[in-house]
Design a protein around this ligand. Structure first.
Ligand code: MG
Ligand code: MG
Length: 263
């Protein structure tokens, strides 16, 4: 789609349903992700859960992507393949999930710490999630795309982290990737004006070291050029007047992780 597709209130409610199923799927992942599990097991669990709830995994066969989840470990930034790899204590694992439900897409991602991770990784994850929150805060009618990017970039770089520029957020709706692009960098007051009816995925990809990434010859996996870890958090957000309407939620994941911590 080359033009921005503005959604009706009814369409936004459908995207909310799709995004909620994504959020619940990530909650299911949170329950089982731990040292000793193979990443392909997470993929199968996600596919089954999505289908049992009437959805279709949006990434499966998307431009030929072979899995339901993108699972990107440690120095992998995004679009990693689930596989036989067994997770170990200290891994940093970004899980990106998309579904189609009633023809509409939802898209959200969360980075999990496997057991105790390095203090660098822990700080990177915290800052990246803060970057998402700060970007989302700007996702209000009257602001501009550059305001989101500026907020994300300013916070990441203040902590000495690298902002990935080769990959960006996007509009979400009847397609997974619609206009406009939502970069994690930018100038305040610049770019497309945010208006009611726009639905966008905001997804900071932040590296512990250099910002630059490399693209693997599997055609998908993206990793940092310096081998340092990367983190990725994503929400699907509807633009409204006054405040952002966050259609996905981390509450399922957070509740599970809190419970795990207390056990
Ligand atoms: Mg995503
Ligand atoms: Mg996305």
């Amino acid at each position: 789609m080359s033009k921005i597709h503005y959604k009706s209130v009814e369409e936004i409610e459908l995207i909310r349903e799709s995004s909620l199923l994504v959020s619940k799927t990530l909650g299911e992942i949170a329950k089982v992700i731990r040292p000793g599990i193979k990443t392909i097991e997470l993929d199968k669990l996600a596919e089954t859960f999505i289908r049992d709830n009437g959805g279709v995994p949006a990434f499966l066969n998307y431009h030929g992507f072979p899995y339901s989840l993108c699972i990107s470990m440690n120095d992998q930034v995004v679009h990693g393949f689930p596989g036989k790899h067994v997770l170990v204590e200290g891994d940093v694992v970004s899980v990106d999930c998309g579904v189609i439900l009633n023809k509409y897409f939802g898209d959200s991602a969360f980075t999990f710490a496997i057991g105790e991770v390095s203090s660098t990784a822990k700080d990177l994850m915290r800052v990246t999630r803060e970057c998402l929150d700060l970007g989302v805060e700007k996702a209000v009618a009257g602001m501009r795309i550059g305001d989101i990017g500026y907020a994300v970039q300013e916070h990441a770089e203040k902590h000495g982290y690298g902002v990935v520029k080769e990959l960006v957020g996007h509009g979400v709706g009847l397609e997974l990737h619609e206009k406009p692009e939502v970069p994690n960098y930018g100038k305040r007051g610049a770019g497309v004006k945010l208006e009611e009816g726009m639905v966008i995925a905001i997804e900071p990809m932040i590296n512990a070291g250099k910002a630059r990434v490399k693209f693997w010859d599997d055609g998908w996996t993206v990793s940092t050029i310096d081998g340092k870890p990367s983190a990725h958090y994503e929400h699907t957000v509807a633009i409204r007047k006054g405040q952002p309407d966050i259609l996905s939620t981390f509450s399922y994941v957070d509740n599970v992780l809190k419970e795990k911590e207390n056990n």
